[in-house]
Design a protein around this ligand. Structure first.
Ligand code: ADP
Ligand code: ZN
Ligand code: ZN
Length: 802
């Protein structure tokens, strides 16, 4: 077949289709669907995906493919199909959906190199091209007349590998390596000459006599419990030398993981896994909702179900929220499956992510553990897909393509005829309702594996604290509890329940609040840099000395950010040592992990942080969990506010008393009677489900209806409103009588980056043509979108209603 169908990398809705290109002779034998190519497009050259081949084209004169970027397809046939499905489901551009499935490195054009692998002789022409070198530039190959098919074969045989030159400044790090400067027998002689008192020097020399290989300095000193001064003395004596070495950072490479074996299961676990194993054996697609309290052994079930899948020669995808992709979680999978696991998360550099992806592509591993995008792992024989903490909203992507990993998981599992397991202590209303209706199969774990009961939860009414004259953010009860723990040498986790927790700047004289000049939002004060920053655009400015309105110098920062809480805490309890975890302290790569390790090593009494500390942490010495402001989320304009509050409180309570020491939980609240707080303190999921379902029914929200959110934005406010009005009108003409259309409503933050944003919300039960209709409406605005900088975005499953 001489013609390729190509999806080109031109992100515009008018180009959302395949284009035909002629396949030149030199690519005839090698080109396959799923490969990336370079094609001429108008005056430009763009990247594209080959999605199929054909002999005939309805287009007139065809242009030729200029270059082929892959010799092995980057996307499998299944993923190509899935990309089409994702694009259709989420109303995204086909190209965007395809690119979402690939690691960053493959989205851009990087320089390539050919590396020869091993000593094996290459075909003559290639041997000549390499001319004794181990690595050559890809261009050298393209400049030669060697057929692509020959290179492709060598790549397939594993004698040549194609490497991308990824510049990864972030990940390159230098370490100091120490090695002996003399032969072992010389070191021994030197040791004889040392005075008897030089015990430390002897100890270090001893080490190198036994282990002459270079060792990282930090590791060496830690291992021997010695200091720089001993080392420096030996370097001065020219017995040891130090050199700098560049290493690529891989958080897990150097670690060894203690091997674990399958635990004998509890009867409840047996029952749950039995069902899943049946589905695996029968190659049957089922969705399981594994509803189990924290510590009930869900992860052990995942591990054993995966074991089953591996034994059948199949593969497993495990999704965990980015935030719980902690070393502790990774350790459990690596401990059980060792080198058979790839790990994908955002802390990896582009190069490292690509390396992990390639291990999957090359079938070097059977298990991937990763955040949302790992759902697109290029496995071809999937036996199970697991989504842990299925209620987490991070499974929904908030950019194009706006997919939910749960939907993609189910779609892939249908193709592979395998089960999906959704695990949670606090399932979403959507999933639990489906399980009750029998759409999903429900498996329940009600007991903790250590037979310990869930920690007792106490709710403190903060209104009464105010009445009693306590104006601090710590109730008397919580303060007293913290002090007791510190005395006993036990540890405390304190949670600030709020997203976007921030400090704003206000003038005490005139009340002026500093706002972003481009967005309708107060600027956030950053203490470290003493600057004001906008969290919606990149705008920032120095903290003013005088109020820009009234020139008073009484301009101050307000709000209870984590920094402020930390200050207040150390004022109240001076002897407390605190580790603070928030976006500021965890921005740097590896910081998250480091802080957690410090806390685990008992270097602080209190771990204070935002949502990011609520999940997956497992510290044996934590006996008190405090929630400072349980209700701060309840006031947000979000119909899921109560659900999110319930989930968070339940999750965080599960952090206490996981081990021998029993734990307590104290929740501070201004609305202690709110059902989400009351029922969370009783661990009463069933009752919460009932109450919240009734609310959703009354107010006509999911799971009783589906939502679609259209956001229209433009620099001119009138244009934005009027366009939204038109969109609402057009939708009303197309939908059925049962469907509600709301709008135009200004978005919660109406102006962002100098653009006004208005919304139209569709609430529907059965609207089979909705996607088509919306597409048609988008089409009718395409001219205006292109020429007039109008933007319309569609979210078919909105989570952020703001
Ligand atoms: P979850 O994922 O539901 O929070 P985990 O799988 O982390 O629960 O289990 C909690 C603890 O119980 C872990 O330390 C785990 O090793 C242990 N555990 C799990 N299953 C068993 C079992 N069948 N017997 C003994 N201990 C178990
Ligand atoms: Zn002022
Ligand atoms: Zn801004």
């Amino acid at each position: 077949m001489k013609i390729a169908k190509v999806i080109v990398d031109v992100p515009a809705s008018s180009i959302n289709q395949t284009f035909d290109y002629l396949i030149p002779e030199r690519f005839q034998d090698i080109l396959a669907a799923g490969m990336r190519v370079i094609v001429p497009f108008g005056p430009r050259k763009v990247m594209g995906f080959v999605v199929g081949k054909t002999d005939e084209s309805s287009f007139g004169k065809l242009k030729e493919i200029e270059d082929v970027l892959d010799l092995t397809p980057a996307l499998t046939g299944e993923l190509l199909e899935l990309g089409k499905w994702v694009a259709e489901e989420t109303l995204s551009l086909h190209i965007t959906a395809l690119q979402a499935m690939l690691p960053q490195v493959l989205k851009a054009q990087y320089k390539k190199e050919l590396t020869r692998m091993g000593e094996e002789r290459l075909p003559d022409a290639l041997e000549e091209l390499f001319a004794g070198r181990d690595v050559i530039l890809f261009e050298e190959f393209t400049a030669s007349s060697i057929p692509y098919s020959q290179l492709q074969k060598s790549v397939q045989d594993g004698v040549i590998s194609i490497e991308y030159l990824v510049k990864s400044k972030i990940t390159k790090k230098q370490v100091t390596m120490i090695e002996p400067a003399k032969e072992p027998h010389q070191l021994e002689e030197a040791m004889q000459d040392l005075s008897k008192n030089a015990r430390k020097q002897q100890q270090m020399l001893f080490y190198f006599i036994d282990n002459p290989a270079p060792v990282e300095k930090k590791q060496l000193l830690k291992m021997l419990d010695l200091t720089d001064s001993t080392l420096n003395t030996l370097i001065k004596k020219q017995l040891l030398t130090s050199k700098r070495k560049e290493v690529y950072r891989n958080p897990y490479r150097d670690e060894t993981f203690a091997e674990t074996v399958a635990l004998p299961l509890t009867p409840q676990q047996e029952e749950a896994i039995g069902l899943m194993k049946d589905s695996i054996a029968d190659r049957q697609h089922d969705v399981y909702l594994l509803h189990g309290v924290t510590g009930s052994g869900k992860t052990e079930i995942y591990l054993q179900a995966i074991q089953d899948v591996i034994e059948q020669g199949k593969e497993a995808i495990v999704l965990v929220p980015e935030i719980s992709l902690t070393p502790q979680m990774v350790k459990r999978f690596k401990g059980r499956f060792a080198g058979n696991v790839a790990v994908m998360h955002s802390a990896l550099s582009a190069g490292e992510k690509y390396d992990e992806w390639r291990r999957i592509q090359r079938k070097e591993v059977q298990v991937v553990v990763g955040a949302r995008s790992a759902i697109f792992a290029p496995f071809e024989n999937i036996g199970i897909i697991i989504i842990d903490e299925e209620h987490e909203t991070t499974y929904k992507q908030e950019d194009q393509p706006r997919y939910h990993a749960r939907d993609v998981a189910i779609q892939r599992a249908k193709t592979h005829a395998c089960p999906v397991v959704l695990g949670s202590a606090t399932p979403t209303l959507e999933s639990y309702a489906r399980a009750k209706k029998g759409v999903y199969k429900l498996a329940v774990l009600t007991k903790r594996t250590n037979e310990q009961s869930m920690p007792a939860v106490e709710v403190v009414d903060m209104r009464q604290e105010l009445h009693a004259g306590n104006r601090t953010m710590f109730s008397r009860r919580l303060k007293e509890q913290i002090e007791t723990r510190i005395q006993k040498g036990e540890q405390v986790v304190l949670l600030l329940n709020r997203r976007g927790y921030s400090t704003f700047v206000m003038c005490r004289n005139c009340g002026h609040v500093k706002e972003c000049p481009h967005c309708d939002i107060a600027l956030t004060y950053h203490k470290n840099s003493n600057r004001l920053k906008c969290h919606y655009c990149s705008y920032e400015e120095p903290m003013p000395i005088n109020c820009p309105e009234c020139a008073s110098d009484l301009i101050r920062y307000f709000g209870t950010g984590t920094q402020r809480v930390e200050e207040a805490l150390t004022q109240l309890i001076p002897e407390a040592s605190v580790i603070r975890m928030d976006v500021d302290t965890t921005r740097r790569k590896g910081a998250h992990e480091k802080l957690l390790n410090q806390f685990a090593n008992k270097q602080a009494d209190i771990l204070l942080g935002t949502q990011m500390i609520a999940k997956g942490l497992d510290f044996d010495n934590v006996t008190l969990v405090g929630v400072l402001t349980a209700d701060s989320m309840l006031n947000l304009p979000d119909f899921r506010a109560a659900e999110k509050t319930f989930q968070l409180l339940t999750q965080v309570s599960g952090r206490a008393g996981r081990h021998e020491l029993s734990g307590e939980v104290t929740i501070q609240s201004y609305t202690p009677d709110h059902y989400s707080i009351e029922l969370a303190s009783e661990y009463n999921f069933q009752e919460f489900f009932k109450k919240e379902m009734a609310m959703r029914k009354t107010f006509y929200y999911p799971p009783y209806v589906f939502l679609a959110l259209l956001t229209i934005s433009h620099e001119n406010q009138v244009t934005a409103v009027q366009t939204t009005q038109k969109v609402v009108q057009m939708l009303l003409e197309k939908v059925s009588g049962d469907t509600t259309i709301l709008g135009p409503t200004p978005s919660a933050i109406t102006r962002v980056k100098d653009r006004y944003r208005y919304q139209c919300m569709v609430k529907y039960r059965n609207e089979p043509n909705l996607r088509e209709n919306i597409n048609e409406i988008l089409g009718s605005f395409s001219e205006e979108m292109r020429k007039n900088d109008l933007l319309i975005t569609v979210d078919m499953q909105p989570y952020h209603l703001m």
